[in-house]
Design a protein around this ligand. Sequence first.
Ligand code: ADP
Ligand code: MG
Length: 230
Amino acid sequence: MSLVELKQVTKDYRMGEISVQALKDIEIDIDKQSFVSFVGPSGSGKTTLLNLIGCLDKPSSGEVFVNGTAVNTLSNKEAAQFRGQYLGFIFQNFNLLPVLTTYENVEYPLIMVQNIKANERKKRIMHYLDAVGIADQKDKYPSQLSGGQKQRVAVARALVTDPKLVLADEPTANLDHDSAFKIIELMRQMKRDFKTAFIFSTHDPKIVKEAEIIYTLEDGKIVGKKIGAS
Ligand code: ADP
Ligand code: MG
């Protein structure tokens, strides 16, 4: 079974009289444990596509299956439950909560979306903090962490709910070259260790080569699929 399957997906945004066709006839099939990148210039539809897969928005037509569920048919409440159970997100600016420590930032999704007992919660949090190499920073606040450390917290937070799939929308966009490669490498390592699939978007051609499968978007269409170097 595929992990992600899109069939004849289109997405139109309507603004008054004007309608923008953000996605046109998208067909995608992504296996479990994949490491996939969507690449394309700004405005090509990457965020729209990730939002559909992430059950944050619905297509105008077509079907979106994630882990076998037709997520385009879910109610908002069901979609929220589905996200909490199967998906993790890494945001462009990492979106750590400044008033929470490293530990608490990673704990947050466990409290919000999954009903996990305190003992088990602590075990899991420490496990992932260890895995990304920041267990020693667990009591620090985001303002006391370097950029690279914040990335690691964001990755641990995305993984702590044990998702099948992590979605990252331009996670390297605001990073220097070195940090950008490091976060891709960290994601790849987490994919290896935890068998999680990752889909990230980027418009940086140097970063995209790091993916195993690369879909190129142009003007709302998929114009290429390539196997990457790794
Ligand atoms: P990317 O992430 O590749 O930059 P997007 O998915 O954000 O591309 O945008 C694809 C197209 O859809 C663009 O033409 C953009 O202007 C349009 N678009 C995106 N979001 C909205 C929205 N909420 N309302 C109207 N148009 C939108
Ligand atoms: Mg975008």
